[in-house]
Write a protein that binds this ligand. Structure first.
Ligand code: MRU
Length: 314
């Protein structure tokens, strides 16, 4: 399995996810500022991967001899929605206060992320039946984490338990994480996968082609879950056709303090929507809305698959 990120000789190497699946290239980060840029430009993306990268950004700040509180404040500005970013910075600060180094803490957090995802996979496997077709949105796979994945981790685990699984990936406009990343991951595992445009999800459900939906999350809080834009439409269609809708996420993605509707929804560059293959698909001056996430309300969610078991939505 291709590595999302690795730490070597006091440098962080991030697989550049903007050029996958055609090119496999790692970008070398020697400073925490370079990690911030990689998060902002989505070279690394996905809530747990953002969290682990943020922890390594703190490790780099330590190596650079920077003030960790100050660096942490800057790292927290990289992207607003995934709570793992804030959780990771605070976890490193606390660990350093307790006498550990930021480098050792980040290395530990990377390892933990993978073992947590494997537990999520095992719990998730219990709700997957042999022969299921599972629809997923965006990429909540190994590439969105330090490894293994959350939603795709559930699929991976079911496959490891010799269940015959078919996967349908929404392409996930505007930056196509479903097409470029989730399809790639499933092909690498030899798991049968079909790619659909986002607008086809309801149609596939209506035709009886989907047994379960499993997606990831950027934040779980009272009232629902924030995840990639388009998740809400998938959840509404799943409810209409009585299809179980699961969210797979580690406890580090839970925000126990706030209501989900208080989550800051990232608004990204209009060019992501307007430019396809280097060409404008509408007039350059077209007004664009480009929210990167939406909120799936709790009553649309069957269960949240965590490393501690399957939980009810908050
Ligand atoms: O904008 P992205 O690619 O960072 O959005 C990613 C998602 O929405 C994922 O579903 C979520 O972070 C969970 S990843 C395990």
């Amino acid at each position: 399995m291709i590595e999302t990120l690795y730490w070597k000789d006091n440098k962080l190497y991030l697989l550049d996810q903007t050029i996958l699946p055609h090119e496999i290239e790692y970008c070398e980060c020697k400073t925490y500022q370079e990690v911030i840029t990689a998060i902002k430009t989505m070279k690394v993306r996905g809530a747990p991967a953002i969290g682990v990268s943020a922890a390594y950004a703190m490790a780099l700040a330590e190596v650079q001899g920077e003030n960790l509180e100050q660096a942490g404040q800057e790292i927290k500005q990289a992207r607003p929605t995934a709570i793992n970013l804030f959780w990771a910075v605070d976890k490193v600060l606390k660990s350093v206060e307790q006498g550990n180094t930021a480098v050792d803490t980040a290395i530990q957090m990377e390892k933990e992320d993978i073992s947590i995802n494997k537990k999520i996979g095992e719990y998730g496997n219990t709700v997957i039946d042999d022969g299921d077709t599972i629809l997923t949105h965006c990429n909540a796979g190994a590439l969105a984490c330090a490894g293994y994945g959350t939603a795709l981790g559930v699929i991976r685990a079911a496959n490891e338990h010799d269940k015959n699984i078919n996967v349908i990936c929404d392409e996930t406009r505007p930056v196509l994480q479903g097409a470029r990343l989730s399809v790639f991951e499933m092909q690498e595992e030899n798991i049968p996968v079909r790619l659909i445009v986002d607008g086809a999800a309801g149609h596939m459900m209506q035709k009886g082609e989907v047994d379960k939906v499993v997606i990831g999350a950027d934040r779980v809080a009272k009232g629902g879950v924030a995840n990639k834009i388009g998740s809400l439409m998938v959840a509404l269609a799943a409810k209409r056709y009585n299809i179980p809708f699961y969210v797979a996420a580690p406890i580090s993605t839970f925000d126990f303090e706030n209501n989900i509707f208080d989550t800051k929804i990232e608004e990204r560059n209009p060019e992501e929507v307007l430019v396809v293959n280097g060409k404008y698909i509408a007039r350059e001056e077209t007004r664009v809305e480009n929210p990167a996430f939406d909120i799936v309300e709790s009553n649309l969610i069957t269960g949240i698959i965590t490393e501690e078991g399957i939980k009810k939505p908050l």
